[in-house]
Design a protein around this ligand. Structure first.
Ligand SMILES: [Zn+2]
Length: 433
């Protein structure tokens, strides 16, 4: 453990510490954040005292990425949630800006330090240890992933950055420098298994004992994970963050039973119903959209920020001794489809289909017939066959029945030849509208 005294602290004690931090954070927001002063006033809350404590948090409005974007102006490129003075900032990251101008994510020195600390706890949970080598495949560039890479230094790892999209360089580094760990997206990890197989390279026999996956959901799906673990001959551990809140906030321990909140003390987590925004109790096996609140942030703190990640919550004690809640990300709420009142995540379909390996490759694409979220059954799903496997009607029927039994949704399954669905080195697209 990176910080055992923090990570094993009883959760009730953590909650008391968080309560104090939260009340200070609220006072700071009222003092320094134009965005929250206005937003909370519109909700009839005119002071930190009126907003109450963590138990009253669910009375406060949720914050959406769109609102932050709309609060930007030419003279105000970061947005009205910027709460620190310009000279207090030491870093400004940006998002990939899929919808035009990038969103800027500013940090003070203290914020950055907290990010790196939380990320170090999350990655250390996987079992990587000081003195080991880790090869990374992120082009951090403008993105928050840079802070995750800094956490490798904090852990005393020897970091071998090879960047994105250079598979030859990566494989050479693995062969010659013999790292014990590799960090990459689950899509890229899966792509490399096929890449190596096609060239008769023994990836499973490489020095890599731990594959740390982050950047998109999927690494926790049992079928998909089993394929990665076999292909790499390594344990697979997931980590997850969200740009506006923090990098690698969550990280999976050696029990591989969900990601612990490594950023405990810095961030408060709750779940809500994605359709209504109503609170969902953080009980064992709760499901809902993850909502995060900064507790000790200075540059641009956020309150009840909707992550659009749909998660499954575990709060029962973990054998590793860490006391924080754990989550598994089921998928993006943006990818969610509603088929005759049933919520369907394409990643959940992929998980069910993955159990049919090696007859299937593990790649699927959902191709909804109607635009938007609501769909009529059957939902069309293209399922890629395994290498050298030919289509057979009984396999398609078995997959269809299994999806119906597990996810309660009617699909039409089309089997497509091996290699025909797009492999993306960065993120897999699971839905094609
Ligand atoms: Zn654990």
């Amino acid at each position: 453990m990176f910080e055992p005294e923090v990570e094993t602290r009883p959760w009730s004690e953590q909650r008391s510490i968080d309560e104090r931090s939260y009340r200070q954070q609220l006072a700071y927001l009222f003092g320094r954040s134009r965005f929250y002063r206005d937003k909370l006033e519109r909700a009839g809350i005119r002071s930190a005292a009126a907003a109450g404590g963590l138990a009253d948090l669910t009375r406060l409005p949720l914050t959406d990425k769109r609102e932050l974007r709309e609060s930007r102006a030419p003279g105000d490129p970061i947005g009205a949630h910027l709460a620190a003075a310009p000279e207090e900032l030491v870093r400004i990251y940006s998002t990939s800006g899929t919808s035009g101008t990038p969103s800027y994510i500013p940090l003070t020195a203290g914020d950055l330090d907290n990010w790196v600390t939380g990320s170090a706890r999350s990655y250390a949970a996987s079992g990587v240890a000081s003195g080991q080598r880790i090869v990374s495949t992120y082009n951090a560039g403008p993105f928050v992933a840079g802070a995750a890479l800094a956490s490798f230094d904090r852990l005393g790892l020897c970091h071998v950055p090879v960047g994105t999209g250079n598979t030859e360089r990566l494989m050479q580094a693995i062969e010659l420098l013999r790292p014990q760990a590799a960090v990459l997206t689950p899509s890229y990890a899966a792509y490399l298994v096929e890449w190596a197989a096609a060239r008769d390279i023994d990836l499973a026999g490489s020095s890599v004992e731990r594959v740390l996956v982050a950047g998109e959901p999927g690494g926790g799906e049992p079928g998909f994970r089993a394929g990665l673990e076999e292909g790499w001959g390594a344990r697979v551990h997931e980590a997850m963050g969200i740009g506006e809140i923090g990098v690698s906030l969550w990280g999976e321990c050696e029990e591989q039973d969900g990601m612990h909140l490594g950023a405990r003390g810095f961030v408060h987590a709750e779940v809500v119903d994605p359709a209504t925004g109503e609170e969902v109790e953080m009980d064992e096996h709760a499901d809902g959209e993850l909502v995060l609140t900064h507790l000790r942030h200075r540059a641009a703190p956020l309150l009840r920020y909707r992550t659009r990640d749909h998660v499954h919550v575990r709060v029962a004690p973990c054998r590793c001794g860490r006391t924080s809640p754990r989550i598994r990300c089921i998928g993006r709420t943006d990818d969610m489809l509603i088929v005759r009142a049933v919520n369907v995540f394409p990643s959940a379909i992929r998980e069910v289909v993955g159990a049919f390996a090696p007859r299937v490759s593990g790649y699927i694409v959902v191709r909804p017939r109607a635009p938007g979220v609501k769909q009529d059954p059957p939902l069309p799903v293209a399922v890629e066959l395994g290498r050298g496997v030919s289509a057979d009607a009984s396999l398609a029927e078995s997959i269809r029945e299994r999806i119906r039994d597990v996810l309660i949704v009617q699909t039409s399954v089309e089997l497509v030849p091996w290699g025909s669905l797009e492999r993306n080195e960065w993120k897999s697209r699971l839905v094609e509208h």
